[in-house]
Ligand binder design. Structure first.
Ligand code: LLP
Length: 385
């Protein structure tokens, strides 16, 4: 899965570090572009998934828009050369400073998550003498059947505006002079592997869309967010997601009016499989019933297992001995700092290299310096060529 010539170079580098296979990223982006263009769909990349410079530059070359969740992400998108007309900005807690930044950049859309937020954007836009294009983020109450920490579209989640507030939203929208409603926005969750969830979402969108039409709001765009899941168990079997089936689900079920555009905000499905966390075995320690493989990477580099009980496939890069069972753990002073329990891995020793796969999304961007550790480094296939 990782070419031998890179593994030889890894041995000269200080671990732990992220390694991005930009060739796989390009192959993924080619597929997304081809499949989305069949229906004229507009794809934004959710920067929060991976903001590594080389990854961002590659994404920018493909002409995708940006989905941002902070003022800094908005500024980064503009700095990368992504046209402001392709920058969307979501988030339940946009600060005044962030709203100003986004207004100055004249972004495509504020995805608004509450009535008080719409009022504040109107007020700030008024002071700046501009009109803010907004989309209402709606909570459609669709269960994405994923981990509860990455479920966003249920009625008791903090995200979006619920249907019982629509009349109030309509009244407010008509009364605010510095707001222009241009669309509606949805994002029901992340790591969704059941395509029927997107079919259900599409049917809900049709109903909600109808309410807006009936109430005199003609929408220029509908944004259905991201969420397409990847294969963590067997990344090699599916290095590129089934984007054809994903976009087809929307084409078959979501009804667009003449001239309306459908937007997507994909994060994980674009970048997860191209990233690997490369680590070294520090110690092999015999436990009571298991042996611990203690790595130099931990939850500070990849927090997903500790935070979401996520499992990432782990492989040995420098040993091909018969397998043994290991509890693979990091060095951090937390019992949740575990990558896997009772994992079959070729017998390993101090100094062996280990790869933790499918780590390109929500890996490096969620890294921390907890325990005063160094922030994790990253390399890519273009620079190691
Ligand atoms: N749009 C909005 C409004 C979002 O909140 C998100 C992700 C996306 C798009 C992109 O979703 P994706 O295509 O990547 O599923 N840290 C978690 C995932 C958090 C997702 C947050 N929102 C994880 O490691 O699983």
């Amino acid at each position: 899965m990782i070419n031998q010539r890179y593994i030889e170079q890894f041995q000269q580098l200080e671990t732990p570090f992220y390694f991005y296979d930009l060739d796989l990223l390009r192959a993924t982006l080619d597929t997304v572009k081809r499949e989305a263009s069949k229906y004229n769909y507009v794809v934004h990349y959710a920067i929060k998934a991976n903001a590594n410079e080389a990854v961002l530059k590659t994404l920018t070359e493909y002409g995708f828009g940006a989905d941002c969740v902070s003022g800094n992400e908005v500024s980064k998108a503009i700095e990368l050369g992504i046209p402001n007309s392709k920058v969307a900005y979501a988030g339940v807690g946009k600060s005044d400073k962030e709203i100003k930044t986004a207004l100055q950049h004249q972004i495509f859309s504020f995805n608004c998550e509450s009535i008080p937020e719409i009022e504040v954007i109107n007020e700030i836009a008024g002071k700046m003498d501009v009109v803010a294009p907004i989309a209402i983020r709606i909570n459609p109450d669709v269960d994405p059947q994923t981990h509860k920490y990455i479920t966003t579209g249920l009625k008791d989640n903090k995200f979006g505006i619920n249907h019982w507030d629509f009349d109030e939203v309509g009244r407010i929208l008509r009364s605010l002079p510095n707001i222009k409603l241009t669309g509606i926005h949805f994002h029901v969750g992340s790591q969704i592997t059941d395509i029927s969830v997107f079919e259900q979402l599409s049917l809900k969108v049709n109903k909600i869309h109808e309410w807006f039409e009936q109430n005199g709001f003609h929408l220029e765009h509908i944004n259905v967010g991201g969420g397409l899941g990847i294969n963590y168990d067997d990344p090699q079997a599916q290095p590129i997601c089934d984007f054809a089936a994903y976009f087809k689900a929307f084409n078959d079920h979501l009804e667009l009016k003449e001239g309306q555009q459908l937007h997507f905000e994909l994060g994980r499905s674009l970048v997860a499989q191209c990233g690997h966390l490369i680590s070294k075995v520090l110690y092999v320690k015999q436990g009571l019933e298991t042996q611990f493989l203690i790595l130099d990477a931990g939850m500070t580099e990849l927090i997903r297992p500790a935070l979401y009980q996520a499992t990432h496939k782990v492989s040995a890069l420098t040993s091909n001995l018969p397998t043994e069972k290991y509890d693979i753990v990091g060095p951090i002073c937390e019992s949740s700092d575990v990558f896997g329990r009772k994992v079959d891995l070729p017998k390993s020793k101090r100094g062996d290299l280990i790869a933790i796969h499918s780590a390109g999304a929500y890996g490096e961007t969620m890294a921390s310096t907890y325990n005063m550790r160094d922030l994790v480094k990253a390399y890519n296939s273009d620079e190691l060529k």
